[in-house]
Design a binder for this molecule. Structure first.
Ligand code: COA
Ligand code: AMP
Length: 633
């Protein structure tokens, strides 16, 4: 079937479409009801089915005789390690780790926070949690103790699984002190922690609380102790993934078990055109949604091998790192963020390192996480000679909203557009009053409810916030918080966020959260953070602050303190490096800071003088501050 036949088939009978897709999953009790519009906030998928996600990622492949197939490839240039694990080995490891957790009281519905670097044990921990019907919450390793504490408080985990350290090029990050600090800040205390000791930098374990990962799992393996798969409802949560919202309080996106498996499995062949047994590589991090869906779950659901890469696109050791991994592990398809390709292109503009490797088996490149600029798309296509496919999705959905389904036949690529809606998504562009706009007109991108399988049914412990953040603005629709256009051929383009989220190197960050940290500094009267365009990372946070009258320090000293504070409270990943002192911030007469206008000034874009501006002279002061710092000519 072609894309258009498939999309039409879905639209004419969504339940029949998803019932067919659901046949790809091994259910304990198959669904008899595909969609129940009366369950949950906007309906629930497969709500009478029983299943286990870990069973579908591991046991069923082993039972089908594929136990010797490679499941996980660990490639770590920062430690000089390469190792493959077969499905048999991963199953043994995961079932034993699940036993370790279960024997200490972790069961169905309990939360398990995972704070790990890019090591295979991070994926094993996710699968062990899924095996028990527990609910994991992975926290990205680049987040600082306070961010980890916020998530521990919200999820109230029974256990935390972590490691002694993470490794960034040129720097070892001791995780244990961060974990200890987070647990001491958090009101909710885990019963125990499982710590993976890494040779690079082991740590002291806290007596009575910490268990040595390797020792405990090895003991379970030698004792033949392993946990079976717990039966869960398809609608039970598989994980919570916290993502940036408009405030410092992250949103706990909930993913269920059944719908998630159905949608992800469908994408492997239809969107990515991958066959079981092939090697798929998502060069992301397990802390992000791309890592959840395409490092951990989807490739394993499909019986593929997945690559866990602990390194960077450049500097580990050079801009040929991605080509080495592809050639060495027979990767057929790579999924990463455009920023990684901008980094490679900057260091090796001629793509000369590509010729050093045999990429004959490489078929396709998928980009997501931020807007793909046409220049990067063209460079990658020309140098690699494979289709380069942009696709758009969000933590909230867990899979592609708009893409170019290679498995259904590649559609013409329109650079700058991530393609067309996938089955399940009825996408519209509305003006701020909720009226549809003509083709080619910029507006709010929304999806008609219900959202398809895998999309979040709610936010963890926050149904009201779910409604107010996503459903209330445009009744009957899910508001994506992305602004864009749909052209006359049905191609969607994503132009900007409609909230204060910025996208830094493919990482989703809240400027509101950074402002909260800056405002907590005793010498700061007020502040604003905007996302300024950056050639490498897409956007970078740019801060403006007004010191208190009594503050006796110079701009440079205050800036240094604010940069350090954001790094300490949010983490290095915020990439907050610049804060300018200004006398005043531009505001509307009702006191709202005009962040959009400030961003346009910083980005050298034309802007209209906001009608409600209180004092237009302040915009000149902002321009002068940027010019004095050399950020404007
Ligand atoms: N643990 C601890 N610190 C981390 C981290 C982690 N897991 N990941 C990143 N950091 C740190 C970095 O070391 C850096 O610290 P620094 O300020 O001391 O240099 C900071 O957080 C910012 O990281 P990042 O924005 O990733 O910048 P970078 O210069 O290290 O790398 C790229 C830039 C483009 C190479 C990198 O961002 C990249 O490969 N991105 C594409 C893939 C991707 O991860 N996409 C996300 C979702 S698809
Ligand atoms: P995250 O939830 O971290 O995956 O970030 C989701 C946001 O990243 C989206 O709402 C978009 O703003 C942006 N985004 C993701 N993919 C794309 C894409 N292909 N093109 C443009 N923006 C994207």
């Amino acid at each position: 079937m072609t894309y258009s036949e498939t999309y039409t088939a879905w639209k004419s009978d969504p339940e029949a479409f998803w019932a067919e897709a659901a046949k790809e999953i091994d259910w304990i009790t198959p669904p008899t009801r595909i969609f129940n519009p009366d369950a949950g906030i906007y309906g629930r998928w497969f709500d009478d089915a029983i299943c286990n996600t870990c069973y579908n990622t591991l046991d069923r492949h082993v039972e089908a005789g594929h136990g010797e197939r490679t499941a996980v490839i660990y490639d770590s240039p920062v430690t000089g390690t390469r190792r493959s694990y077969s499905y048999d080995e991963v199953l043994s490891e995961v079932a034993s780790l699940a036993h370790v957790l279960a024997s200490r009281g972790v069961g169905k519905g309990d939360r398990v926070v995972i704070y790990m670097p890019m090591v295979p044990e991070a994926v094993f921990a996710m699968l062990a949690s899924a095996r028990l019907g527990a609910v994991h919450s992975v926290v990205f390793g680049g987040f600082a103790a306070k961010e980890l504490a916020t998530r521990i408080d919200d999820a109230a985990p029974k256990a935390v699984i972590s490691a002694s350290c993470g490794i960034e090029p040129g720097r070892v990050i001791a995780y244990k002190p961060l974990l200890d600090e987070a647990i001491s800040i958090a009101g909710a205390k885990p019963d125990f922690c499982v710590i993976l000791q890494r040779d690079t930098q082991p740590c002291d374990l806290t007596e009575g609380r910490d268990i040595d990962y390797r020792a405990a799992v090895d003991a379970a393996i030698s004792a033949g102790a392993h946990a079976g798969c717990t039966e869960v409802a398809a609608t039970d949560p598989l994980y919570i993934l916290y993502t940036s919202g408009t405030t410092g309080q992250p949103k706990g996106v909930v993913r269920d078990n059944g719908g998630h498996m159905v949608a992800l499995k469908w994408t492997m062949k239809n969107h990515y055109d991958i066959n079981p047994g092939e090697v798929f590589w998502a060069a992301s991090d397990v802390g992000w949604v791309v890592g959840h869906s395409y490092i951990c779950y989807a490739p394993l659901l499909h019986g593929c091998a997945t690559v866990i890469y602990e390194g960077k696109p450049v500097g580990t050791p050079d801009a040929g790192a991605f080509w080495r991994v592809i050639a060495e592990h027979d990767v057929v398809s790579l999924f990463t963020a455009p920023t990684a390709f901008r980094a490679i292109k900057k260091e090796d503009p001629a793509g000369s390192l590509i010729g050093d490797y045999d990429l004959s088996g490489f078929r396709s490149l998928f980009l997501a996480g931020e807007r793909s600029d046409p220049a990067t798309l063209a460079w990658a296509g020309e140098k690699l000679g494979v289709p380069v496919i942009d696709h758009w999705w969000q933590t909230e959905t867990g899979w592609t909203i708009c893409g170019n389904p290679l498995g259904l036949g590649l559609l013409p690529i329109k650079p700058g557009s991530p393609g067309v809606p996938m089955p399940g998504y009825d996408i519209h562009v509305l003006d701020d009053d909720g009226h549809p706009v003509p083709a080619g007109t910029l507006g709010n991108i929304v999806a008609r409810l219900p959202l398809p399988p895998s999309c979040f049914p709610t936010l963890w412990n926050a149904d009201d916030r779910f409604r107010s953040s996503y459903l209330d603005d445009f009744p009957g629709y899910y508001a994506t918080a992305d602004a864009g256009i749909i052209d006359e051929d049905g191609y969607v383009s994503i132009m900007a966020r409609t909230d204060d989220i910025i996208n830094v190197a493919g990482h989703r960050l809240s400027t509101g959260a950074m402002e909260e940290v800056i405002a907590s500094h005793p010498d700061i009267a007020e502040c604003a953070v905007v996302g300024a365009a950056d050639a490498l990372k897409g956007q970078l946070p740019l801060g403006f602050f007004v010191p208190n009258d009594g503050a006796d320090r110079h701009e440079a000293a205050l800036e240094k303190e604010l940069v350090a504070l954001v790094r300490e409270k949010i983490g290095a990943v915020a990439a907050f490096k610049t804060a300018l002192e200004v006398k005043r911030l531009p505001k509307t007469r009702s006191g709202k800071v005009l962040r959009g206008t400030v961003q346009k000034i910083a980005d050298r874009q034309e802007y209209k003088m906001p009608a409600a501006i209180d004092d237009p002279v302040i915009l000149d002061e902002i321009t002068a501050a940027l010019t004095a710092r050399g950020l404007l000519p």
